[in-house]
Design a protein around this ligand. Structure first.
Ligand code: SF4
Length: 214
């Protein structure tokens, strides 16, 4: 297993270079398909622009951690709007799994007292990545990945360790990432401002809502 000093950004660059090489050898301009789990429209902006030249992307909106149906609908609408506004070389598809808090709450409630970044978040990442991998396999995607590593509040080694373990269990390739590196987070903020996207002030679950500063 990769240690905490692994440079996931570098691993991603190496994988993408390999994907390009395979495409050149095959003489095809049809990139491989990738199911991209997205936590929200703002975070997805920088990630989509980064991956779209090399993959046929479908954004997978699966976030059962979001606390209310209204908040879910608002964030999903902003996700669709972000996709429609981005200038990308290949069309980006959108797949919404719907608001399914029952996937999250039974496992999260025993961890309610955990701080943001603690054990509850590992469960939250695993639930979201696992469903993404299962859908990727069912729908025949070549790869899966997540926008989660663009946030400076989210720990890339932990997300990549979970993604790698899920990939081995489900049998789909995980694209490692650390999108926050090389100013990915800064670009997501700039694009979100440019598009006037709603930038939520809490992560998503009811405990993160309660813990947000007044
Ligand atoms: S704080 Fe965010 S990542 Fe952690 S459990 Fe809540 S919604 Fe999930």
């Amino acid at each position: 297993m990769s240690g905490p000093k692994t440079d996931y950004r570098r691993l991603m660059d190496d994988e993408i270079a390999r994907v390009r090489g395979i495409g050149r050898e095959a003489g095809t301009d049809r990139p491989p398909s990738l199911l991209l789990h997205s936590c929200c429209g703002p975070c997805s902006t920088a990630v989509i622009t980064e991956l779209a030249p090399d993959f046929r992307l479908t954004v997978f909106y699966y976030n059962p951690n979001i606390d209310t149906a209204g908040e879910y609908a608002r964030r999903a609408a902003e996700q669709r709007r972000a996709i429609s506004l981005l200038a990308v070389p290949h069309p980006v598809e959108y797949l919404d799994e719907g608001h399914l808090p029952g996937d999250f709450l039974p496992e999260a409630e025993p961890l309610a007292s955990e701080p943001e970044g603690g054990a509850r978040c590992s469960v939250c990442f695993r639930i979201r990545l696992e469903r993404t991998a299962v859908r990727a396999r069912e729908l025949g995607f070549d790869w899966f990945c997540s926008t989660l590593t663009v946030s400076p509040h989210k720990d890339a080694p932990r997300i990549n360790a979970i993604g790698t373990a899920v990939a081995a269990r489900v049998g789909v390739r995980w694209l490692p990432s650390d999108f926050k590196k090389r100013d990915g987070y800064g670009r997501s903020i700039a694009l979100s401002r440019e598009f006037g996207l709603y930038r939520q002030d809490y992560c998503g679950c009811l405990w993160s809502r309660e813990a947000r500063p007044e």
